[in-house]
Unconditional design. Structure first.
Lengths: 554, 183
């Protein structure tokens, strides 16, 4: 009883002490005016940094200028970043020239021909809207001039820096109508503002060219379009804005302005375990660099075995162009110069609002949510250039994906195959370069005259033109590697292993469910037949034995 | 005699089982389209608008959108909604069959399958109509005739633009609206 009394007394004392402490610690509010938020004598608390960068470029004297041209901005940039231009000048973004060390072929936009816009040569003033430089309008361009390097096109953070076709890579210096005759105007770029707000590359800066290749959103790659600017998880599990939020540079990491992960030098079968953070990685733009080549849990070991033959992209990008933007499937140049019923140039769009026809350029076919085509691929393309002889009776592969079943460096890869018709010289049997863009009399988009356009293009590359041309069917392969879907949307077994599956064209590999081996089939059916026969005979014996026994009165 | 009755019962049971199995597929039809999803939708929309007889578009819903918003992938599925006041009014005026408003507006879905081909799916208005008596049957007979015209395409005609969203409200992904579409 006494113990209980002591406990109650202690509890009361404790409660009183607690109440007193609370009362003194938090005095009741009074009607007096609130004191000033920060006394004048108190030391100022450090503010939260406005950005993660350690430099505020708007405070740099060199950038507080009323810049008139892009090269003036570059000169200011180089006053601090002394080596930047030299580095850029060693990249493909600058040279548009690349020699494949394996094949010795000269690649890059400067040398290749494709089945979209065909060639940059003789069309530089337009095409160089996507060159990281200023002033490349013809072969006289000075590649050694550091001030010709365009820093802003990759490092703009304002989203206001624009380069238009026709200006040889210069940004818009004066308000102008674009497209010509459209009544729409584009404002001049505020170079000072852009220069003072430069930062890291972004989806916007990379996408300004790579989303809009071939002159339209999503036209070229199939797995790159403006939907990746702000994608949901369904579209790209890595770039999901609310999730991992990768930028392009997260995978295409850059050193000395050399951007990793080029189509010209691919590794179709990277090997080894995932790389640890911080480890130097010569192929960061591969699935394997983060996921390793046994990426699935060991209880799903069979899936890991697939990595020896199948690229990750094959299962994890079941469809590409998975938005209504879609991608271009074909470009038929043979329809170019066809005029409307009134004899004037015309243009038309498809049901989804994408370009479908233009008298300047020909006819296009688009679609979205596309099932890739599959090929064995070892990462190497062999290109047909305008210098190579062609066989116009066959569909011409502009780039042939190397690789074969059984090769250690080959995997089954998904591709977008872009088909088209484009001009070739019927006498010399080579693809032609044509002068399309421009306002001069030889430009196809100005005078609609193929003869003049091809003659000018071939003259520019220094090759003969017989004066006779026709159109050849072509195919171009684009490996699909972006727009990786969530794991739940990867291909299911039967989508590859069933009869008439999406891999029905893949040869040189035995795929259970898809393929049949006559010997295995014969053995299997033989066993089934024997089992059936055995049951039949056994049943018959039982019936005969039963009747015999009955007859014998047993 | 017992064997005879047993045979009849077994036959009836077999028939019922077959009917049960086939009923689902009979209620709906599916056919391949030679065009892309968007062009198929646009051509159907154009046909609906050209039909007259009170037909108008009520909306276009993208059934894949909510799944994409939830982080998943499905191939495109667009549902064209259309209604004809000529056929809906008699049904909606009759208390006994007003519950059939559940079937309104008429839907035609256009979708892609994993074979990469585009398909058109529709309700078998003729068969369903017959289930609800002669009055509804006669109306739905005419609906079925009109529906058959919606999916007749003339490839020589240029592709029309797809009409996005719902006339008078709503959006491509659906949600509200449809009032201006007639039903």
């Amino acid at each position: 009883m006494r113990t209980r009394f002591k406990k109650v007394l202690a509890a009361l004392a404790g409660g009183l002490m607690l109440a007193a402490t609370a009362a003194f610690a938090n005095p009741a509010p009074t009607a007096q005016p609130a004191p000033a938020a920060t006394p004048a004598t108190a030391p100022a608390a450090p503010g939260k940094p406005a950005a993660t960068s350690t430099a505020d470029h708007s405070k740099f004297e060199a950038l507080r200028q009323n810049f008139k041209t892009g090269p003036e901005v570059t000169k200011a940039c180089l006053s601090c970043h002394t080596e930047a231009a030299k580095q850029v000048q060693h990249t493909k973004h600058w040279t548009w020239d690349y020699t494949n060390p394996q094949t010795g072929q000269r690649l890059g936009k400067k040398n290749l021909i494709n089945n979209y816009c065909t060639s940059t040569i003789s069309n530089e003033k337009d095409c160089m809207a996507c060159h990281a430089g200023y002033g490349w309008k013809d072969a006289s361009f000075d590649f050694s001039n550091e001030q010709n390097v365009d820093c802003l096109v990759c490092h703009d953070t304002t989203g206001s820096y624009r380069k238009l076709p026709g200006d040889a890579g210069h940004p818009i210096y004066e308000r102008k109508e674009f497209p010509h005759g459209s009544g729409k105007f584009v404002e001049a770029v505020d170079l000072q503002k852009v220069a003072q707000k430069i930062g890291k590359t972004s989806r916007t800066t990379c996408g300004a060219c790579h989303f809009f290749g071939a002159g339209a959103n999503g036209a070229k790659h199939g797995d790159l379009d403006s939907s990746l600017q702000n994608p949901g998880k369904y579209l790209d599990v890595h770039m999901d804005k609310a999730g991992l939020n990768f930028t392009c540079a997260t995978c295409h990491s850059t050193s000395s302005h050399q951007v990793a992960g080029s189509r010209y030098a691919m590794d179709a079968a990277p090997k080894g375990a995932a790389h640890i953070r911080g480890k130097a990685d010569d192929k960061p733009a591969s699935c394997q660099s983060c996921h390793g080549n046994r990426p699935h849990p060991e209880k799903m070991g069979k899936l890991n075995d697939h990595t020896a033959k199948v690229a990750c992209q094959t299962c994890h990008i079941a469809e590409y162009a998975r938005t209504p933007i879609g991608s271009e499937l074909s470009w038929d140049w043979s329809k170019a110069t066809t005029m409307g019923p009134d004899g004037k140039p015309m243009a038309a769009k498809d049901s989804a609002g994408r370009r479908a026809f233009d008298s300047k350029k020909g006819q296009w076919v688009w679609d979205s949510y596309l099932v890739p085509e599959y090929r064995w691929f070892n990462g190497e393309f062999t290109y047909k250039t305008y210098r190579d002889k062609i066989d116009p009776s066959q569909t011409l592969e502009i780039n042939h994906p190397g690789g074969a079943p059984g090769q250690a460096d080959s995997r089954i890869w998904p591709f977008k195959v872009h088909r088209g018709k484009q001009p070739y010289d019927t006498e010399n049997l080579n693809l032609t370069v044509q002068h399309t863009a421009g306002e001069d009399d030889t430009a196809l988009w100005h005078n609609y005259d193929w003869q003049k356009a091809i003659a000018k293009g071939m003259q520019t590359v220094g090759l003969p033109f017989s004066g006779k041309f026709d159109f050849v069917s072509t195919e171009m392969y684009w490996p699909i590697t972006h727009m990786v879907a969530p794991k739940g949307d990867a291909l299911q077994c039967q989508q590859c292993h069933g009869e008439n599956s999406r891999l029905k064209g893949i040869t040189g590999i035995y795929m259970p469910g898809r393929d049949r081996n006559p010997i295995v089939d014969a053995i299997g059916w033989g066993v089934v037949g024997l089992a059936f026969l055995g049951s039949l005979v056994h049943g018959l014996v039982r019936i005969v034995a039963y009747r015999r026994n009955r007859r014998n009165g047993q | 005699m017992t064997r005879f009755i047993a045979g009849i019962v077994a036959g009836a049971a077999l028939f019922a089982l077959l009917a049960w199995n086939m009923a689902g597929s009979l209620m709906f039809t599916e056919r391949e389209s030679p065009f892309s999803v968007e062009e198929t939708v646009a051509r159907i929309q154009q046909n609906i608008q050209a039909t007259g007889k009170g037909w108008s578009l009520s909306g276009l819903r993208n059934a894949a959108k909510p799944i994409e918003a939830a982080g998943g992938n499905v191939l495109p599925v667009l549902m064209i909604e259309a209604c004809s006041t000529q056929y809906s009014a008699p049904i909606l005026k009759n208390d006994d069959i007003r519950f059939l408003s559940n079937l309104m507006p008429c839907k035609i879905s256009v979708y892609k399958k994993s074979d990469g081909k585009v398909y058109i799916g529709m309700m078998n208005a003729r068969l369903i109509g017959r289930l609800f008596g002669p009055e509804v049957g006669a109306l739905m007979e005419q609906v079925a005739e009109d529906q058959a015209g919606f999916v007749k395409f003339d490839p020589s005609k240029p592709a029309p633009a797809m009409i996005k969203g719902t006339p008078g409200g709503g959006g491509e992904s659906g949600g509200s609206g449809g009032a201006a579409g007639g039903c």
